[in-house]
Design a protein around this ligand. Structure first.
Ligand SMILES: Cc1cc2nc3c(=O)[nH]c(=O)nc-3n(C[C@H](O)[C@H](O)[C@H](O)COP(=O)(O)OP(=O)(O)OC[C@H]3O[C@@H](n4cnc5c(N)ncnc54)[C@H](O)[C@@H]3O)c2cc1C
Length: 288
């Protein structure tokens, strides 16, 4: 439970962090809140020789509206997401999701950037970001890249982030006023990762589904965007038969591992149950 030795770097500017990453190469890792990386280091599942702490870079924090988007700095904590009036008003699913991550101690320190860059399928924010159609800003020696969340996750702990890149911000298109949303998470106890979870954002027009997006957490090696399931719901009044079809379509793309949270089939079925609950809550919140 004691990590290997490492050198600690605390740059004040993003450019300095990017240069350090480029110079130190594979042996360097970015440190954000440390609530995923430090446990991995204590278990010796990660053994970086250099940690580049982003906490001293003021420009990586904050939540702002920009045109029709909300832009959130990577070092913004999960607690700050939950406490933001702007997010509560414009993208309330982020407050709801933040509040089911871990416990207050973790949320005070754990960051949005760390949560989405980590690549752990158990992290809650990635599926929500896929559901919302978010884009990640990444900066490396070659400049800035923007990567859609829906293309970011390639395998467990394997993402589209290139070596030497820092994820600097998450850009979220604001869903329309009056949209319905829900993040339903089944966990064994407070502070646990999801057995299965589902995110839904939808709009209704005359009682019928006009737009719908669905994300699933911890039921595959990556978070999932359940595009086909959402399409089945378009034009429906979310009647029981159509919801059943969408749930089946969502379950069909899952491939969870059997683990201490339950056998694979149970976790797939719980993804379906979480989705049905999220759809019902989202419909109610959209006034349906
Ligand atoms: C007891 C416990 C329970 C938890 N439960 C949950 C849970 O229910 N749901 C959940 O989602 N999470 C959970 N977590 C994880 C927590 O949310 C972490 O804070 C989060 O996963 C990582 O954020 P961090 O800021 O701590 O990142 P760190 O641990 O510092 O970093 C994680 C990884 O991302 C990389 N990284 C971090 N920031 C950047 C960046 N800006 N650019 C590029 N790479 C970066 C790091 O190099 C590292 O590889 C739990 C953690 C603990 C300790």
């Amino acid at each position: 439970m004691i990590p290997g030795s490492f050198a600690y770097h605390r740059p004040k500017f993003l450019g300095e962090a990017v240069s350090l990453l480029a110079d130190l190469g594979e042996e360097a890792r970015v440190l954000a809140g440390g609530h995923s990386l430090i446990p991995m280091m204590k278990l010796r599942l990660a053994t970086p020789e250099h940690l580049i702490d982003l906490a001293g870079i003021a420009g990586l924090k904050g939540i702002r509206a920009e045109g029709g988007d909300i832009v959130i700095g990577a070092m913004t904590t999960q607690h700050e997401l939950a406490a933001s009036d702007l997010l509560s008003a414009k993208v309330p699913i982020l407050r709801e999701t933040s509040l089911v991550i871990a416990d207050p101690q973790v949320r005070y320190v754990g960051t949005l950037g760390g949560n989405v860059a980590n690549g752990d399928p158990g992290n809650d924010m990635p599926a929500v970001m896929m559901c919302l159609g978010a884009t990640y800003h990444a900066v490396g020696k070659g400049g800035e890249r923007r990567i859609p969340a829906r293309e970011f996750y390639q395998g467990a702990y394997f993402t589209a982030l290139e070596p030497g890149e820092v994820l600097t911000a998450v850009r979220i298109p604001v869903p329309p006023d009056g949209h319905g949303h829900a993040y339903e998470k089944l966990k064994r106890k407070i502070g646990d990762y999801a057995t299965a979870a589902a995110a839904v954002v939808l709009t209704l027009s005359s009682g019928k589904v006009a737009t719908c997006s669905i994300g699933l957490t911890n039921v595959a090696e990556t978070p999932l965007w359940a595009e086909d399931a959402a399409k089945l719901l378009l034009g429906s009044s979310l009647d029981a038969a159509t919801v059943k079809q969408a749930v089946a379509a969502a379950e069909a793309i899952t491939s969870p591992a059997s683990d201490t949270r339950g056998p694979a089939l149970y976790r797939t079925k719980m993804a379906g149950v979480m989705l049905a609950r999220a759809l019902a809550t989202a419909r109610q919140r959209a006034g349906g």
